[in-house]
Design a protein around this ligand. Structure first.
Ligand code: IYR
Length: 225
């Protein structure tokens, strides 16, 4: 058995408990203002901002540290149009009968429909892919573990970084999204996980009141002390 190789931990300064609470509250204050946006401005967003947020997502923990994700950032108008056409075709089938009545009832308060103009309006789409096989280095072909969990965590960190930077996001999941693999030219071992729509909110952006209903801390947690 090969001996694991260790190095000293860095990057954990000690704060006072008061300071820790202030820091945690600061993160909560920022995250509380996040909304899922469907009305985007076409104002351009610098590529460096998107790169930095993807780098933040790439720091996520993952099964065996295989980092089983790939992010395709798209600002190319032709590709965005192609994605919109394919996504709207899937959504048309979804709303016309593929979705159960219970599902449609659950979506009713969001006011969503088959039209996805934001896929062209927003300056960036980030297609997130999950890799069934890979490894800790690009080009490897080992089995990946906890792929969904790992890519889900990375996507959460991507959303957090984008929001902290002042950008709006929509977590878009047209189903199925296999068209994304073809349009983005990604290999067979990658499964489209989510399509993040990224940009500034439109000046007159509205959000459904339904989205403001948040469970309380008591609802979402139990403490056993
Ligand atoms: N993908 C569809 C439907 C949809 C599904 C869920 I679950 C949502 O939270 C929102 C929408 C659409 O984008 O319209």
């Amino acid at each position: 058995m090969k001996q694991p190789n260790f190095t000293p931990l860095t990057g954990y300064p000690e704060y006072s408990e008061d300071e820790m609470l202030i820091r945690a509250q600061g993160v909560l204050d920022v995250l509380k203002t996040r909304r899922t946006i469907r009305d985007f401005s076409d104002k351009p967003v610098p590529r460096a901002l998107i790169e930095t947020c993807i780098a933040a997502a790439g720091t996520a923990p993952s099964g065996a540290n295989h980092q089983p994700w790939h992010f395709v950032a798209i600002s190319n108008p032709d590709m965005k149009r192609e994605i919109r056409i394919a996504a709207e075709a899937e959504e048309a089938a979804f709303y016309a009968g593929k979705a159960s009545q219970e599902w449609l009832d659950a979506l009713e308060p969001l006011g969503t429909d088959t039209q996805k103009p934001f896929l062209e309006t927003a300056p960036w789409l980030i297609a997130v892919f999950a890799q069934k096989r890979g490894g800790e280095r690009v080009g490897q072909d080992k089995k990946n573990y906890y792929v969904t969990e790992s890519v889900g965590i990375a996507t959460g960190m991507l959303i957090t970084a984008l929001h902290a930077a002042g950008l709006g996001t929509l977590t878009h999941t047209p189903a199925p999204m296999n068209f994304l693999r073809d349009i983005c030219g990604r290999p067979k071992n990658e499964k489209p996980f989510v399509l993040m729509v990224v940009g500034y909110p439109a000046k007159d952006a509205k959000v459904p009141k339904h989205a403001l209903i948040k469970k309380s801390l008591g609802d979402i947690s139990t403490f056993e002390e």
